[in-house]
Design a protein around this ligand. Sequence first.
Ligand SMILES: NC(=O)N[C@@H](CC(=O)O)C(=O)O
Ligand SMILES: [Zn+2]
Ligand SMILES: [Zn+2]
Length: 434
Amino acid sequence: MKKLFKNAFIIDPSNDLAGKYDLLLDADKIVAIKKEINQEGCMIIDLKGKILLPGLIDMHTHLREPGFEEKETIKTGCEAAAAGGFTTIACMPNTNPVADNQATIEYIKARAKEAVVNVIPIGSITKGSSGKELAEIGFLSEAGVKAISDDGNPVMNSEIMRRAMEYASSFSLPVISHCEDKNLAGDGVMHEGYYSTILGLKGIPAAAEEVMIARDIILAEMTGAHLHIAHLSTARGVELLRDAKKRGLKITAEVTPHHLLLTDQKVKGYNPDTKVNPPLRSDRDRKALCKGLKDGIINVIATDHAPHTYEDKLGEYDLASFGISGLETALSLLYDNFIDKNVFTWEELLDFMAYGPAEILGIKHGGLKKGSTADITVFDPDISWKVSKEKMKSRGKNTPFANNVLQGRVVLTVVKGNIVYNNMNGEARILYDN
Ligand SMILES: NC(=O)N[C@@H](CC(=O)O)C(=O)O
Ligand SMILES: [Zn+2]
Ligand SMILES: [Zn+2]
């Protein structure tokens, strides 16, 4: 049946839309966007007071399958994505086996066909992400990966990183770099600074990220490759990128909602849900990240959704796993803290969370226009809600925002014309086969 969305406030800068419109879907396509559409025999959904956006893309998630299904599966990770308003997610290869071969990529694609959102696999840079020998990048590209990354681990060997960049550019794939000098990071568990000292926890210096960013910029310049910096967390990192961009290098970067909003001060209380890599940094770093985004130095906001089990996060801070479960809180956090407070506009946010990631991954985002595939996010700015671990769709309940009250929430997620998430009446339901 056709679906008619009435009275929505539609925002899509790439199609010059910012106002009240009706939008009509037929099967998986948008067939009309007009001031008023009246048609019989369709499902009518009244979106008065709600904001309708082109579907969001998260270019950095960990779906954990194959191998770590107790933390997350492709199915549950995609449900979490839908609840967060994401219609497409790119998944990192640090699974078991690592996605360093065609068979694993084919497996992910097959599982993703049954999932509620679109999944784009990322292949690894090196075999087993162990940094020693290049993965078969040509075969990965043939299998459909849109980027390569050893995320979770840095590629410590600069010669291998150089070759990876050379291969990747011949297949037009971006190289997503997890910038961490393992020797400098040592066995640190939080940002090295005032709070690590008073809390008695081992620190990870900002320099562990910065020296690797500097190295990767130099290698990108040498090879002409497209370098994308994952989860940027430091002020100096922003400055290195600012300089590289001035010189016209093909370098992009992402930042997470948690690095934009939280600092190492949050580690007081030793809550393992604040343990993440890179660690929550100083307030000076946090402010520089916000400014870097505003200035266009950082291109994308990505969740780095890193779900873990309760047991992985139990007990001593030192022993807990690194990672934050981020898909379900991202949009509300960004709306509440930035859009509602006039720091960013919706238009800017769509650059960071839809058009920016699409461009980096080399995929098309048709946006909201006649003939485009209907990937749509609907947000209600009037709902205020409390983040509840129990109610999360993700198997990973590891969020430092638990029990926070947030303003604004996703109420509908539409993927290829199907309503896959419906929270219009507060039921937060995932829907298959409609
Ligand atoms: N960010 C994290 O703290 N953890 C990620 C790995 C990563 O993104 O580097 C994970 O896979 O758990
Ligand atoms: Zn990483
Ligand atoms: Zn990651």
